[in-house]
Design a protein around this ligand. Structure first.
Ligand code: SRM
Ligand code: SF4
Length: 581
């Protein structure tokens, strides 16, 4: 398998970036013309400003036409998922004023607005700017939002991790003035060839070959899924002292169903850095990808393909050459879990935080569940801190103990359940946005998963497995936005209404799952999984998780067992090795 395409000529997006005068292109002119959308190069450049040009695919289908009615998705950058009450309320106001009246928490702890019209883009971004929020670099070929474990326990390690997250994010933010000129100052920018070249000291004029993702895990808690990041950092601590970070590089989820040379990959553990070294090392890694990442084929441009092609040793040598010193060996890795941070927790500073489950990250009012209005009312009244989690949930922080009953009463008044009232499987599920806004969706995800979970809840209850924690992730295509390939169980969109079922990942994000069955219709997903759950119940080891069981038995053996429920023991063979079930 080779990651390099035959031609090394830069791809079209590289040319657009190079000619853009640091992300300006003709965006200013296009912003003010009569069209409801931007041209192709504008569309590419908008991403660096946090914007995706989209259309409502439901409407397009209903109109039976190819004519698109354009709108925009805007993603804000929220390092570590941390917002003030005022910043949350600013998002909420803008969602009402300019977007579709919902807010969407993303799997990287950001907010997305959907359905903004071109004429409202400037006002929306100015509104964010007034609340000290930016969308610069939330998308595009740069370091995206830097994530970290959001739990706000009063603990010096967590505070340092948050500080490092912010530092990395600030350091790797694009320095171009284009964002301010376009959206905030509103000046019309003329290209002036004689003007001094603007300095982008890290990115240069063609930025990175592709998107780049960084996240930091708290010792023992991999809620950010470090192995799926371009750079995953795992904090290593002794008592209250942060010793540094284990460094993992070259993770990524995206693949294509039909291109076998695209694949999800877990990162490689390459060493250990102290808190004083971390920024320098992160920058050196980003620069290696900048200089050696594939700029001819965007399907192979993520850093994971460089790792795949080079191997970790050559990659580390390139990083060390930049640093001028050698990385220390990795520290023993702490055992990792995926903590949802749900429910009420004592922060340890006299205040409490409440983790609420937000189904597939969508904050909206629907029927009796008035989540958006309820969150707004609670945040307006109690002014808590707000944190967005990589599991698409929300934490309300810094709440004095005496306010807890009133917060609970307010939740009840708006029909918002505490996580303990929800099923375990729902709480551990994620779905990407998919239809109707995502232009790459092959199938439904966010809108389909609730129905699938309802059916799964019935099965799990029937089998006495209702309290079994395992991750279920659904995406509308193989790009992997809900990180499906590390889930215990995943449904990955294949075509309009079919999915590939994956099993055998690890709940703590340390193992990839495997395809179990292809082309499963949405109505048959639970039926397909049922025999696996039955086998799991009958033959699991004590305490074994669903994904671990499927991995131990192996997909081939699972298929054999399901298709032939009473085979002789010798038939139980996985990966050509006998398996004791
Ligand atoms: Fe993603 C593209 C949504 C996290 C891998 N992703 C997209 C786009 C922008 C579609 C597009 O390019 O036109 C989706 C917009 C849908 C919409 O209408 O809102 C989209 N991705 C999302 C979000 C909102 C999913 C969610 O439900 O939360 C997440 C936003 C994160 C953020 O705040 O920055 C989101 N995307 C991810 C993740 C998970 C992560 O980062 O932890 C991944 C897998 C990890 C990785 O990057 O490998 C991911 N998104 C992709 C890919 C595949 C990239 C690749 O290497 O092949 C694409 C397609 C692309 O880049 O060409 C993509
Ligand atoms: Fe769109 Fe695919 Fe990402 Fe889902 S996984 S949001 S369908 S790109």
């Amino acid at each position: 398998m080779t990651a390099r395409p035959k031609s090394n000529a830069p791809n079209g997006v590289e040319a657009i970036k190079a000619a853009s005068n640091h992300l300006r292109g003709t965006l200013a002119e296009q912003l003010h013309n009569q069209s409801d959308h931007f041209d192709e190069s504008g569309k590419q450049l908008l991403k660096f400003h946090g914007l995706y040009q989209q259309d409502d695919r439901d409407q397009r289908k209903a109109a039976r036409g190819t004519e698109k009615s354009h709108s925009f998705m805007l993603r804000t950058r929220v390092p570590g998922g941390v917002l003030t009450a005022a910043q949350y309320l600013a998002h909420d106001d803008l969602a009402q004023q300019y977007a579709n009246g919902t807010l969407r928490i993303t799997t990287r702890q950001c907010f997305q607005f959907h359905g903004i019209l071109k004429g409202d883009l400037q006002a929306t971004i100015r509104g964010l700017h007034d609340a000290l929020i930016t969308s610069l670099g939330a998308c595009g070929d740069v370091v995206r939002n830097v994530g970290c474990c959001p739990a706000p326990f009063h603990d010096p390690i967590r505070q340092q991790i948050q500080a490092v997250t912010r530092q990395i994010s600030d350091h790797l933010l694009p320095r171009t003035r284009a964002y301010h000129e376009l959206w905030i100052d509103g000046e019309r920018v003329e290209l002036d060839a004689s003007a001094p070249a603007e300095v982008e000291p890290i990115y240069g004029k063609t930025y990175l070959p592709r998107k780049f993702k960084i996240a930091i895990a708290y010792p023992g808690d991999n809620c950010v899924d470090v192995y799926t990041q371009d750079i995953g950092l795992v904090a290593i601590a002794h008592a209250d002292h942060l010793l540094g970070f284990n460094v993992i590089v070259g993770g990524g989820m995206g693949m294509n169903h039909t291109k076998v040379d695209t694949f999800p990959r877990l990162g490689d553990l390459i060493g250990f850095v102290t808190p004083e070294q971390v920024l320098q090392v992160v920058e050196a890694i980003v620069l290696v990808q900048r200089d050696y990442g594939n700029r001819s084929d965007r399907k192979h441009a993520r850093m994971k393909y460089l790792l795949h092609e080079w191997g970790a040793a050559r990659f580390v040598a390139a990083v060390e050459e930049r640093l001028g010193w050698a990385l220390a060996s990795a520290a023993p890795m702490p055992l990792l879990e995926n903590d949802l941070h749900h429910g009420w927790h004592d922060q340890g500073d006299g205040r409490w935080f409440l983790g609420l489950s937000v189904e597939n990250g969508r904050i909206k009012d629907e029927g009796d569940l008035r989540l958006r209005s309820g969150l707004r009312a609670i945040i307006e009244r109690f002014r808590p801190g707000v944190r967005l989690t990589p599991n698409q949930d929300i934490l309300l922080t810094d709440i004095p103990q005496h306010d807890m009953p009133a917060v609970n009463a307010a939740l009840a008044a708006f029909g918002i359940p505490l996580p303990s009232a929800l099923s375990v499987v729902q709480r551990h599920s994620l779905a990407c946005v998919a239809l109707p806004t995502c232009g790459l969706a092959l199938a439904e995800a966010e809108r389909a998963l609730p129905g699938v979970i309802d059916a799964l809840e019935i099965e799990l209850a029937r089998l006495g497995l209702a309290d079994e924690p395992f991750t279920v992730r659904m995406t509308g295509c193989p790009n992997g936005c809900a990180r499906p390939y590390v889930a215990d169980l995943a449904f990955v969109g294949r075509s309009a209404d079919t999915y590939v079922v994956y099993v055998g990942g690890a709940s703590n994000g340390t193992r990839l799952n495997q395809p179990y069955q292809d082309l499963v219709k949405r109505e048959q997903l639970v039926e397909t999984v049922r025999p696996l759950l039955e086998l799991f119940r009958a033959r699991r080891h004590p305490g074994e998780r669903f994904g671990d069981f499927c991995h131990r038995v192996g997909v081939t053996t699972l298929q054999t067992l399901v298709n032939n429920p009473h085979p002789r023991e010798e038939a139980y063979v996985a990966n050509d090795a006998p398996v004791a079930l």
